[in-house]
Design a protein around this ligand. Structure first.
Ligand SMILES: [Zn+2]
Length: 269
């Protein structure tokens, strides 16, 4: 097995807290730093052997990426040796506190690029997230993303990053060239909490009808959960068009009966 490191990591401070990897890389585990550490400060923390902690990569609020443990080695990150032997672990800085542990948009876009690069170099063809912990820890249905809270009583990766996992997977898969088929969006036990509208939804529509549509756009990875705001603006309209295009519908940005029925049908378990 030939391991390489990401060229996206421009800063490198190798940690002594590591073990030779005994498994191929087939999993991504995203962590939060629980603080707004620069990649240099985080590197200094992981450089202490007394700290007994590390991660393969770190991303700062400014979007810069660091390497702390080479991919050939297992980091000490997720409170689970088996997970870390097969996972690339990434610590992301927080520009907000508990319980959400918000992360900057710059850090998110670097994270998406880094995870895409890790998948490409290690032959991970598609990123699969599940809301179900048992799916994650057992790698069921191709699931290959785990989180620290799966293995320890921890808030990590924080609610903000946790809720972004489906979005991150969609964004990475788009970059990996994975064809989005309707079955991709059926892995959900949640149902749309908003009332289905009976009229057409378009740019300018406000209220619960708009939220109903935005909820599906979030499920499709086209909006963030925080963007379910009950107003169809330009971003929601563009997301509607993208969804219509992917689902083979008329790409007019208007959610009429056919688009509504299609959204419902592809999101039913
Ligand atoms: Zn963690």
């Amino acid at each position: 097995m030939k391991f390489t490191n990401s060229l996206l990591a421009l800063f490198r401070k190798l940690s002594p807290n590591k073990t030779p990897r005994n498994h191929k890389i087939d999993t991504i585990t995203i962590h939060c730093m629980a603080g707004n550490l620069s990649i240099e400060t985080c590197g200094n923390v992981f450089a202490l052997s007394s700290r007994k902690a590390s991660s393969n990569y770190g991303i700062g609020t400014d979007g810069r990426i660091a390497l702390y443990v080479e991919e050939k080695d297992r980091s000490w990150a997720s409170s689970n040796a088996k997970n870390d032997h097969r996972a690339v672990t990434i610590e992301v800085a927080n520009d907000g506190g508990a319980p959400d542990w918000h992360v900057s948009d710059k850090a998110i876009s670097s994270l998406i690029e880094l995870v895409t690069d890790i998948c490409k170099r290690n032959g991970i063809k598609k990123l699969v997230w599940s809301e179900n912990k048992l799916d994650r820890i057992n790698h069921k249905n191709g699931c290959n993303m785990t989180v620290h809270r799966d293995f320890a009583a921890k808030a990590c990766p924080g609610n903000y990053l946790y809720n972004l996992h489906s979005y991150i997977a969609e964004q990475v898969n788009e970059r990996l060239g994975v064809k989005m088929v309707p079955t991709n969006v059926t892995i959900t036990s949640e149902i749309n909490p908003y009332k289905e509208p009976i009229t057409n939804i378009r740019r300018g529509t406000k209220g619960e009808s708009a939220k109903w549509v935005q909820w599906y756009l979030w499920r499709f990875g086209l909006l963030r959960k925080s963007e379910i705001d009950g107003v169809i603006g330009s971003k929601s309209e563009a997301a509607i068009k993208t969804a219509q295009e992917r689902l083979g519908l008329k790409k007019d940005g208007i959610v009429g009966e056919i688009t509504r029925k299609t959204f419902i049908s592809v999101c039913v378990r």
